[in-house]
Design a protein around this ligand. Structure first.
Ligand code: PMT
Length: 399
């Protein structure tokens, strides 16, 4: 998918710059034409010569050097780019871009380009988690920049935590994925829920379920790849936040998920509720840890709001609402009842008793039940591939 694509690779001054040599090499091996821009600081870590040899293209760095390309150099690079990748995206470059500062070749190009921009923050954990950096990252993602989440692990500064540049292959795959999916959902706002809610009983215990979030995260990833503005509302999950989201909201309880979803519902064109929401919560949450005094313990539960049903009642013409049904018996009957009661456009039914299907698996076995009574059955497939099937169905309704 990268064949013939022109990628402007912005290398800022961080130790991870050495890894980006491999990124440039792999992009080129996949057929991309790679144009590197380096900051002055980046050249302290890797030489221009290295990138020139690897890419077969001149490296842009100095605003006032004789031009290597037609036109004014930063404008030429801004215009020729099919995509821009900033790696490592240092706190400094992120901050300058967030404020619109254009004081060198890289930042002027970033301001001038209309190409999609991917940025891979890489820095010390404290710098990354500093409010100012987080605010700047949010500003950029709100403007449609695609965030490539930093990895966690050993950092060059000797500490350990979040802030590592992801492996070169991951950066290359991100760009490749972007070009491989057809951009069929550009301009659409997609709201996805994923993972399980946790309902507290006391400060140490909760009612939860086995959802890993993988099904919902896969749908969010596929929607991003199709060009949508994707908001993911997620219960607790060990998965990394998918790349390129417009917004990620982490929630714990069904009540929190309800607020987050309802707040964003009116702007959503498509809502897909893959989350496993607890139907009940403790009527009273104990302030202190409940002691084991008696042989038996009775816990009184009360019903949680049914978020999907509420959305079904509020749904406006043109909005598409998709639910899931996790069943252990009477799959089709139960799913059909939910489809109707919750006023869905279609429901994805998964029999969670089947091996390698349902909760906490890489794969799933689903049937899609539609309002016209049709049932489409899929073999055991990877959740990411099923996400594509689900979005294909959404798109066929939109037509
Ligand atoms: O996360 P994974 O490990 O990848 O697992 C995927 C999955 C099995 C969780 C997923 O495929 C799935 O089936 N999600 C829905 C699970 C579920 O809660 O099903 P349900 O039949 O109880 O709920 C029906 C629908 O109503 C769901 O869309 C659910 O999000 C929604 N719901 C349920 C209860 C509630 N109080 N509010 C809701 O909105």
């Amino acid at each position: 998918m990268l064949e013939g694509k022109k990628i402007v690779l912005c290398v800022a001054g961080g130790i991870a710059a050495y890894k980006v040599v491999e990124v440039a090499s792999k992009l080129r091996q996949r057929g991309a034409e790679v144009h590197v821009i380096m900051t002055r600081e980046a050249k302290e870590f890797v030489t221009e010569l290295t990138f020139r040899e690897i890419t077969g293209q001149p490296v842009a760095s100095d605003m006032f050097a004789p031009v290597a390309h037609f036109n004014v150099e930063h404008i030429a690079l801004a215009n020729l780019a099919d995509a821009v990748l900033i790696a490592p995206a240092t706190a400094n470059v992120i901050a300058k871009a967030a404020c619109g500062i254009a004081d060198d070749m890289m930042t002027t190009t970033l301001l001038a380009t209309r190409a999609p921009i991917f940025f891979a923050p890489s820095m010390n954990s404290n710098m990354l988690t500093n409010d100012v950096t987080q605010e700047n990252i949010k500003k950029l993602t709100a403007r449609g920049w695609h965030l490539i989440e930093p990895a966690s692990g050993h950092l060059a500064c000797g500490t350990s935590g979040k802030g590592r540049l992801p492996e070169p292959m991951e950066l290359v795959e991100t760009i490749d994925e972007f070009f491989s999916a057809e951009k069929t959902l550009v301009g659409k706002n997609v709201l996805v829920t994923a993972a399980g809610t946790r309902e507290p009983i006391d400060p140490v215990r909760y009612i939860g379920n086995r959802s890993s979030g993988r099904m919902g995260y896969s749908i969010a990833q596929e929607a991003v790849a199709r060009g949508a503005n994707v908001t993911l509302v997620s219960g607790l999950s060990a998965l990394s936040v998918p790349r390129g989201l417009s917004e990620f909201i982490s929630v714990e309880t069904a009540a929190e998920m309800r607020s987050a979803v309802l707040e964003r519902f009116s702007k959503a064109d498509i809502v897909i509720k893959a989350a496993a929401v607890a139907d009940y919560r403790a009527k009273v949450v104990a302030e202190n840890k409940i002691k084991k005094n008696d042989d038996e313990w009775t816990l009184t539960l009360e019903k949680n709001p049914d978020i999907l049903k509420e959305l079904g009642q509020k749904k406006k013409a043109g909005q598409i609402l998709v639910g899931f049904a996790a069943e252990t018996q009477h799959l089709l009957e139960n799913a059909k009842t939910k489809l109707e009661k919750k006023n869905l456009d279609f429901i994805v039914a998964n029999d969670v008793t089947k091996p390698n299907a349902g909760f906490n698996t890489e794969t799933n076995l689903i049937k899609i039940l539609s309002r016209d009574g049709s049932i489409e059955e899929f073999p055991l497939m990877k959740k990411r591939d099923l996400a594509a099937k689900i979005l294909d169905r959404v798109e066929s309704i939109m037509k």
